[in-house]
Design a protein around this ligand. Structure first.
Ligand code: SF4
Ligand code: SF4
Length: 144
């Protein structure tokens, strides 16, 4: 593992399913135990799915300042899904202009970056040192 600690199958699945634009994952297996370990995702708790502590232990330069969409920064008092806003922002800035499909996803959120009140509570909970307030400003400018 590049993180020094192996992710569990449930953590692996959650990591894969929270990558930008990933909607489904095809799981490979050799034994019935492998199938059971993958299917366990369906009933896993949020704590069991949480991969942030493992990634946060990776070599510091690898993830410092980068959103991994882990969701540790929740809850936001303005009800912003910070991980999703960051994910849509990262996808959008890969393009020359914001694709209509991304803009539609963003506009479908119940709260957007413009709702950020800059309280900073998310930043204290982020294991990766993401400057969330700054990111919300950037996302607000990009999607407005
Ligand atoms: S801002 Fe930090 S805590 Fe929130 S989803 Fe991104 S990496 Fe995780
Ligand atoms: S700084 Fe903005 S995004 Fe972070 S918790 Fe506060 S309102 Fe939510």
């Amino acid at each position: 593992s590049p993180f020094g600690v192996a992710l569990t199958p449930v953590q692996c699945l959650h990591y894969a399913l929270t990558r930008p634009a990933v909607a489904s994952v095809m799981v490979g297996y050799d034994t019935p135990d492998h199938v059971a370990a993958a299917v366990a995702y369906e009933s896993a708790s949020e704590e069991e799915k949480d991969y942030a502590t493992v990634l946060a232990g990776a070599p510091h330069h690898a993830y410092a300042g980068q959103c991994t969409y882990c969701g540790h920064c929740a809850p936001c008092p303005a009800s912003i899904d910070i991980a999703m806003v960051n994910k849509l922002y990262d996808l959008a800035v890969m393009q020359n202009e914001v694709p209509a499909s991304l803009r539609a996803h963003y506009n479908g959120l119940s709260a957007g970056a413009a709702n950020c009140i800059g309280c900073g509570s998310c930043e204290t909970r982020c294991p990766f040192g993401v400057h969330v307030v700054e990111r919300m400003e950037q996302a607000k400018a990009l999607f407005s």
